[in-house]
Design a protein around this ligand. Sequence first.
Ligand SMILES: *[C@@H]1O[C@H](CO)[C@@H](O)[C@H](O)[C@H]1NC(C)=O
Length: 94
Amino acid sequence: DSAISQTPKYLVTQIGKEESLKCNQNLGHDAMYWYKQDSKKLLKIMFIYNNKELILNETVPNRFSPESPDKTHLNLHIESLELGDSAVYFCASS
Ligand SMILES: *[C@@H]1O[C@H](CO)[C@@H](O)[C@H](O)[C@H]1NC(C)=O
């Protein structure tokens, strides 16, 4: 199947913990994106990767470590979780 998927779909965790959000696509795309939608429903771009390389970082705190082992995966590791990290995170590719 051609698809993009995020795991986990839902995550309940605790302040101070460390978590990972994974995203992979098999659409043949070179670019991958993570967006954050906060409690005010505003969608903000966090990171853009192209061919495993970071090309945009809208000043995301360094508690967030993106990792792109190959161009089909873009994982987001988050440490020292804060209340403000509670959001809907969207991965996309193009
Ligand atoms: C993103 O930018 C912020 C602010 O410049 C920096 O502290 C952080 O380390 C950067 N993250 C990555 C993955 O480059």
